[in-house]
Design a protein around this ligand. Sequence first.
Ligand SMILES: Nc1ncnc2c1ncn2[C@@H]1O[C@H](COP(=O)(O)OP(=O)(O)O)[C@@H](O)[C@H]1O
Ligand SMILES: [Mg+2]
Length: 389
Amino acid sequence: MPDRSDRSTAEPLEFVEATKRYPGAPKPAVDKLSLKVPAGEICVLVGPSGCGKTTAMRMVNRMNEITSGDILLGGRSVKDRKPAELRREIGYVIQHIGLFPHWTIGENIATVLKLQDWDKPRIAKRVEELLELISLPADTRDRYPSQLSGGQRQRVGVARALAADPPVMLMDEPFGAIDPINRERLQNEFLRLQAELRKTIVFVTHDIDEAIKMGDRIAILQEGGKLAQYAPPAELLMYPASRFVEDFVGSDRALKRLALQRVRDIDLWTAAAIRVGTPVAEARAKIEEADVPYAMLVDEGGRPQGWLSDRGLTGERVTKDLRSPAEPKVELDDVLRDALADLLTSETRYGAVVDHTGALAGILSLEVIQQFLHAAPAASPTGADLLTE
Ligand SMILES: Nc1ncnc2c1ncn2[C@@H]1O[C@H](COP(=O)(O)OP(=O)(O)O)[C@@H](O)[C@H]1O
Ligand SMILES: [Mg+2]
């Protein structure tokens, strides 16, 4: 029976003026929230404490009943579904993961599978597969929650939520109780996992940096569960829709944008890559054509050796006479923020960008970074149209 995770499903999710008013409360906790989450994307709900994030999320699986409006899962109202059935079908991960202490890890992961009457061999196979997916050794299956670290327990919580291959996952501050180093590790792991699984995910956090890192789209909520802005991270940082959003994303939003982009994503400058022994006339012609007025001496593999001095370009052929070393070296996969830090630390105008073989791939300069910051983000075809009015 095929139950492999590579056959995973995902459904689009849509909030349609979804409103929650708790009995006796003077104002709604969530007020006419409308937004679409395309299948396979992570939508982060972010905002200050008490702004209605958890309430909004829990309306999806009817842990909180919708007062008015609707939520559509795969085009179908959740109000037409049985709550018990929804909770079985929708993966749910919370901060203190709530593993059963007297059950083994294997039994904990299999919770929903047992409710769905899977037979034993099929459960065993699925548990094995899930442990591998979350990078825990197979023998973790027979251990107990207290024998695991906080980070490992949180991974088990993710595995448990993924067990029945849910079309949607709800994650409420899932890494909030983990120390910063392990949190970063869990975030990275989860993004790798998601690149493979492509689940539709609603992810709640109060941490804007986590939102920017994890979200394909970010919904910023303000007090009373009002949607302040719904946009992809770069757009949010570039064009905050209000003073509230601007304050919430912080004054370092330019730096945050740089942390979202890799060196390979921007238009680099060119420099002439010259080998020792090249005819000087040929070298000079190449320098003419390049963006940068200096030439980079490279070895046979195209790897930068240093910037050529004028003396290296005086005779018949280029000699190894350098004006300065090829520092800093920046890799195509570096995030722009780190590359900028390297440029500033080494106090040079030009950074040599190298590919995975170490060969020169282009030049990074402060001007290039500045141009990137001033350019509009790539037009987002799905930005505005995801807001259902
Ligand atoms: N069960 C409840 N009964 C009454 N009010 C609640 C309940 N749960 C949350 N609230 C209120 O609703 C608002 C939103 O809460 P919540 O969704 O938990 O916010 P967040 O997750 O953004 O911190 C808060 O004012 C909170 O006090
Ligand atoms: Mg909450």
